[in-house]
Ligand binder design. Structure first.
Ligand code: 5RP
Length: 235
């Protein structure tokens, strides 16, 4: 299979997962909208339902890109405020293990993604077949870091065995990539994570490291596509 064909097939799987996720959405829900290509499929399908008057929901997005997409599609958006809780957040993932622990942040939105997932009664992951792994860590772990703290965070992360690399701008490889919050992103190459919860604890102690892309115990269910069908996995 050529890489392009592979990409096409995976994109079809993303659409299948996104379509299946619509069944989780009920009238009147407050919904967290994820970020990335799979989440974008979901937002488009949700927008169609809203436009057709088949669903009345309100939403908050995990990135400026998802927010703009939702706005274009006429999905009513809610600003963050005290007491705001979501019935459901639907988001993609870079990796998910059999316990539905995740690596997220490939799209640089891990901070807002974790904020919304944590403020949600239910997090549903939608994923193509390439995302399900036996053990997390093949995908480099993204971190969001305050610019000033970068050198010290790099040292501290290297000491945990992370082999950190600062993410560069996709459109200009001479410039750093920034998150929607104006922070830097670094990608850490640990290899297989034998103890993700211990690593998460260590990372949380590093000053200037705003958030890490390990989502442990947050996802309640996942729709992962296998042989063209969305399979429901539960935590
Ligand atoms: C963005 C994310 C995405 O959910 C993750 O990167 C998956 O993206 P895609 O659906 O494009 O494969 O965590 O920060």
């Amino acid at each position: 299979m050529t890489p392009t064909k592979d990409k096409e097939l995976l994109d079809q799987e993303k659409q299948v997962a996104a379509q299946a996720a619509l069944r989780w959405v009920r009238d009147g829900m407050l919904v967290g909208l994820g970020t990335g290509s799979t989440a974008a499929h979901f937002i488009k399908l949700l927008g169609q339902k809203v436009q057709a008057g088949e669903l009345r929901i309100q939403a908050t997005a995990t990135s400026v890109a998802s927010e703009n997409l939702a706005r274009q599609l006429g999905i009513p958006l809610v600003e963050p405020h005290r007491g705001l809780r979501f019935d459901l957040t639907v988001d993609g993932a870079d990796e998910l293990d059999p316990q539905l622990n995740l690596i997220k942040g490939g799209g640089g939105a891990l901070l807002r993604e974790k904020v919304l997932a944590t403020a949600s009664a239910y997090m549903l992951v939608i994923a193509d077949s390439s995302k399900a792994v036996a053990q997390l860590g093949q995908f480099p772990l993204p971190l969001e870091v305050v610019s000033f703290a970068l050198p010290w965070v790099m040292d501290a992360v290297a000491a945990t065995g992370g082999n950190p690399v600062v993410r560069m701008d996709k459109n200009d490889p001479n410039k750093y990539a920034y998150s929607d919050q104006g922070n830097l992103l670094i990608d850490c190459h640990y290899g297989h994570l034998l103890n993700p919860s211990e690593l998460a604890k260590q990372l949380k102690t590093i000053p200037g490291l705003v958030e890490h892309g390990l989502f442990l115990g947050l996802a309640r269910a996942a729709l992962v596509v296998r042989e063209g069908q969305a399979q429901v996995l539960r935590a």
